[in-house]
Design a protein around this ligand. Structure first.
Ligand code: TEU
Ligand code: CA
Length: 531
């Protein structure tokens, strides 16, 4: 039976490499995750989206898969994965696997066979061309790689070690369906589908996202696999707009439960490239969020998130990471997001307010995207300072630093040498301290998750944008037949005056992020009222 449990759920994303190491090799692993389930149960989350744990040469930290039905040895074994699923169920936590269906690793046996030549049955599992065209890789340079012994090029929209699968080949689809059913049989709670908007690509026509067959491919996938199961599915779709999001998350269940859309994430850049920084205007953010809330309610389903393993830390990006307002701004962001309709995602460490990790030299970077961009732009004459500013603001390593559990050396993440350096602020910014302080950000998240369980209005209510007469002040009303809430947040660093275009005199105070009340709206202050 389909319960749509995910509508009232809160998901938590784990980047396994950086969550918890259990054997001192400096790399997070499955046993480490299992050991932290009680912590996640205390937070109150319903499911974990697990970034890829499959066998992989780790060129893109697991988003390059060489065996979809086995676990990378550094993360553990298939038995460890089964144990994690079973232990999760005991804590009421489901496991949502990451499906990378657009490409495999070049070390996947399919690609190794494909390289043997056009007569090999696996050759057409991938996308080949006699001549490259102008398509570029998300990780810099051409999207085509020449294979001398075949005198042909293969397509890789990501790294050279991530050849694109050919979704026009029915055999590819069958293999993928079998693999997804393998994981459904193991009792997983659903899937996050990596760059799924790319699988309908038409490279000859320079079409990558939103190809003409995309929604048909997704419907077929749904019917052959998860469509009949009570699981959550969330597609990662950088190209999503409110029109196609209604197709992807059609309430008839023919595609996915929801998609990750990125319109609010693209506001603090100049032009198409995330590295070209621009200041964020809070009013623009509110306009985008309001649009998605208004357009999708009843016609689709929203995912709600500030950050993930590809994005900078939420507080560093949208709040204030360097002052007394770190936790206050973190609470403001949490409150603004968790009263919206849809399913919220918390990225590991967000619940304690972890912040970006600035580097002083490119040698401190691990991420392939940052390293390739740096090399390309240095060659094009950019200054080192500018590029490091971009990486420190937007680079993917920021969110991939190990989770800070305690003040010990290794931050309670590892007893060995961490695979990626840990932020020095773990001496005070850590889970142990967060749990010991009843006013910490952790307990704000816990409270918000509890409210979502108590008031269906939070996940499913109607949304109305309110005007506050101040571009730094964002306000909205959420309501259903039982409850009504007003959320008012100050996205700015200073005190703000505001005048709401809505009468809240019959509302009562419900929650806030400061310890006391004030007549003005203080920096990053968030207020919630309830009727
Ligand atoms: O990310 C999709 C993607 O397009 C990224 O390149 C994204 O644009 C970029 O990281 C933003 O800075 C997914 C995964 O989430 C990412 O980790 C993978 O590297 C990528 O797909 C390839 O699988
Ligand atoms: Ca380990």
């Amino acid at each position: 039976m389909k319960t749509d449990w995910w509508k009232n759920a809160v998901l938590y994303q784990i980047y396994p490499r950086s969550f918890q190491d259990s054997n001192g090799d400096g790399i997070g692993d499955l046993k480490g995750i299992t050991s932290r389930l009680p912590y996640l149960a205390k937070l109150g989350i319903d499911a974990i989206w697990l970034s890829p744990v499959y066998k992989s040469p780790m060129d893109d930290n697991g988003y390059d898969i060489s065996d979809y039905e086995d676990i990378a040895p550094e993360f553990g074994t298939l038995a460890d994965m089964e144990e994690l699923i079973a232990e999760g169920h005991k804590h009421g936590i489901k496991m949502v696997m990451d499906l990378v269906l657009n490409h495999t690793s070049d070390e996947h046996p399919w690609f190794q066979e494909a390289l043997k030549g056009p007569d090999n049955p696996y050759h057409d599992y991938y996308v080949w061309a006699d001549e490259p065209n102008e398509l570029t890789s998300a990780f810099s340079g051409s999207a085509w790689e020449y294979v001398p012994h075949l005198n042909k090029y293969y397509l890789h929209l990501f790294s050279v070690k991530q050849p694109d699968l050919n979704w026009k080949n029915p055999k590819v689809k069958e293999e993928i369906y079998d693999m997804i059913n393998f994981w459904l049989d193991k009792g997983v709670g659903g899937f996050r589908l990596d760059v799924i908007d790319l699988i309908g690509k038409e490279p000859d026509q320079l079409i990558t996202a939103d190809g003409p067959e995309l929604h048909n491919l997704i419907k077929e996938l749904n019917q052959a696999t998860f469509g009949s199961h009570d699981v959550v599915t969330v597609g990662e779709t950088w190209s999503a707009n409110t029109d196609n999001a209604k197709l992807y998350s059609n309430p008839d269940g023919s595609e996915f439960s929801m998609v990750f859309q990125f319109e609010h994430i693209l506001l603090d850049q100049k032009g198409p490239d995330k590295w070209d920084l621009a200041p964020l205007k809070p009013a623009d953010l509110h306009a985008v969020m309001s649009k998605w809330q208004t357009e999708l309610v009843g016609k689709g389903w929203n995912s709600l998130f500030w950050d993930n393993h590809d994005l900078p830390r939420a507080i560093s990006r949208f709040g204030d990471d360097s002052s007394a307002y770190r936790e206050i701004s973190g609470k403001m962001l949490a409150i603004y997001l968790h009263f919206l309709s849809g399913t919220p995602y918390i990225y590991q460490g967000e619940e304690i307010g972890m912040v970006n990790y600035p580097i002083a030299d490119i040698s401190e970077a691990d991420d392939i995207e940052s390293r390739n961009m740096y090399a390309e732009r240095i060659a094009a004459g950019y200054s080192k300072e500018d590029l490091l500013r971009s990486i420190n603001t937007k680079g993917r390593d920021n969110a991939r630093r190990p989770v800070q559990w305690s003040s010990e050396p290794g931050a309670g993440f590892t007893t060995g040498t961490p695979w990626l350096a840990i932020h020095e602020n773990h001496s005070w910014l850590n889970v142990e301290n967060a749990l010991a302080d009843e006013h910490s950000l952790f307990y704000t998240y816990q409270e918000l998750i509890r409210h979502r369980k108590t008031y269906p209005c939070l996940a499913q209510g109607q949304y109305e944008r309110l005007e506050a007469g101040n571009p730094q002040v964002l306000a909205y009303r959420k309501f259903d037949e039982n409850d009504e809430f007003i959320v008012i947040v100050n996205f700015g660093k200073g005190d703000q005056a505001y005048q709401l275009d809505y009468d809240i005199s019959d509302y009562e105070f419900f929650m806030q992020n400061y310890a006391d009340q004030s007549t003005k709206l203080r920096p990053y202050e968030a207020l919630v009222f309830k009727k």
